[in-house]
Design a protein around this ligand. Structure first.
Ligand SMILES: [Zn+2]
Length: 250
């Protein structure tokens, strides 16, 4: 579903810790769109900081996956594109719980980065200086905590969806994929409804958000569109599965 994007003449290619990394031009465009609210022509340092934060955060997330693959003896390459990335393994990774560990390693690496950012500011107070430093501090924490949390939702093809699939296959065997897809549809539908409630500023949601930590993801048009599409994709996959199984039975 999140297939590897085609190579283009505008790709940025480099190696990091031995992993080939390819940055697709969509990455810069989508980062710019997501950062539109920080774009101020008089303060270009904010948009530059935003690009650096999105780049580093996404790279750290994918490095988490890639290092976990490597720990299990499987090489991979990293692709950054739109607001997602991919760590594409060169071999099949055998072992259900190893695959779960690889899926969790991405958000885990982001949480670790957030912890490092928080701890360095606790000791050196670097975020209290220039406005751009304060912005970088908040944005780094928000991006890594909020995206990590969203990514852990049991929705295909997010990291949490991969974990959910492995866990369901373990517990429900032949019915596992069906159960995982049902969980995916339900969770994505709830996330879409929450996004809509955030957009409409329903009092219940505002009360709920007051009780949550400051970095708790606030929904909007983007998350509404994302989870709407993902709910529909999971629904289609479930229909295909039903079709295949009914024809198999015949
Ligand atoms: Zn991931």
């Amino acid at each position: 579903m999140f297939a590897e994007p085609e190579r283009t003449g505008y790709d940025l290619n480099f190696r990091l810790f031995g992993f080939p990394v390819r940055v697709h031009p969509w990455f810069w465009l989508v980062t710019l769109i997501f950062g539109a609210n920080v774009f101020d022509p008089d303060r270009p340092e904010f948009i530059l900081a935003w690009f650096a934060i999105a780049f580093v955060s996404l790279l750290v997330h994918e490095l988490g996956h890639a290092l976990a693959f490597r720990a299990f003896g499987v090489g991979s390459h990293i692709i950054l594109y739109s607001f997602g990335g991919l760590a594409v393994p060169w071999d099949t990774l055998h072992g259900r719980w190893r695959r779960v560990a690889v899926s969790l390693a991405g958000p885990g690496a982001g949480f670790l980065l957030a912890a490092v950012v928080w701890a360095t500011n606790q000791s050196a107070q670097w975020a209290g200086g220039a406005p751009v430093a304060a912005f970088a501090y908040i944005a780094l924490l928000y991006v890594n905590l909020a995206w990590g949390a969203v990514n852990l939702l049991p929705v295909f093809p997010l990291d949490g969806g991969q974990v959910s699939q492995e866990v369901c296959l373990h517990f429900f065997r032949a019915r596992g994929l069906r159960v995982a897809l049902q969980i995916s549809i339900g969770t994505a539908a709830v996330a879409a409804a929450y996004s809509l409630a955030c957009m409409l500023r329903l009092p219940a949601v505002i009360d709920f958000l007051r009780q949550m930590p400051w970095w708790f993801p606030v929904g909007g048009l983007w998350t509404l569109a994302l989870f709407g599409v993902l709910a529909y994709q999971s629904y289609q996959l479930l229909q295909q599965l039903n079709w295949t199984q009914s024809h198999w039975d015949n």
